[in-house]
Design a protein around this ligand. Sequence first.
Ligand code: P6P
Length: 337
Amino acid sequence: MNKVTTLNQFIIEQQAEHPEATGGLSRLLHHIGIAAKKVNREVNKAGLVDILGQAGTENVQGEQQQKLDLYANETFLDELRASGECCGVASEENEDIILFDQGLCLNGRYIVCMDPLDGSSNIDVNVSVGTIFSIYKRLSPVGGPADLGDFLQKGTELVIAGYVLYGSSTMLVYSAGDGVNGFTLDPSIGEFCLSHTDIKIPANGKIYSINEGHYEKFPVGVKKYIKYCQEKDPRQGRPYTSRYIGSLVADFHRNMLKGGIYIYPETDVHPHGKLRLQYECNPMAFLAEQAGGTATDGKRRILEIEPQEIHERTPLYTGSKNMMSKVSEFLDFFGNI
Ligand code: P6P
């Protein structure tokens, strides 16, 4: 019988490779896994209970909040607080940072930036959605409250980044800076089990993922790249295939396994891009690089961008390194205008 490695076993084994580790990060990850299982339970029965649809409120983005958005946000906040290792959270669902400034949490050495339920507008139509999380070491002194500077660290300072994909199966994928590993939830035992070891994104891919509904407003370089993907050239395996789910975690995960490129550039509606640097782009960029891919804003490495505020947006180009090199040629030649 094949040995099953659960997420908790894997975390403990990884911790053993770092003698200086105190177990804090392991406890934090363990609680993230619990929150993911709780959210998975509700996502899976959405439609059967009164948790579908809009909550009748708006988030800081001015977007209609789904009932599951609020449930996911509260669930992850509760588990992060319960871990005692986290002193504060920046969430897509909250305008300001949430400080855990009571008791044990004041000694928490980590902060979390998260999108608790990304792509949630897809929930009512049963399309995959995801959670995106990223963990930094706090910069503020342990024992006191976290401050804004803790949440405005560059992606190069990330300690852990990961996502949960609530899809045909539920997977938790994360990296602590030494490769990317994927864990599939086995409902029969209620555990995430190691299923994708050391994920590497293929250097080449045949999939480009972009919302071509915004085509007319794309930078010229992006338009030229899309046409390049569509031109027939059997020697280079073109035309490529267009795949766009409209759920970042699902599009990104597919490209991680099969190879491909995901692009959300500047548009007229989103002149700085739509996606959020701190809790969407930086974690995905960290994972892409850990898997051998790359991630830029069209010019700069995402992880090198100095955040100015917790909800700032950025264009995102990420995926297979050779496809990223090709799109960069078009952007350099035609510019980002
Ligand atoms: P559009 C979902 O709202 C999201 O943040 C990402 O998950 C997704 O990739 C993107 O926005 C979809 O945006 O403009 O194509 O609907």
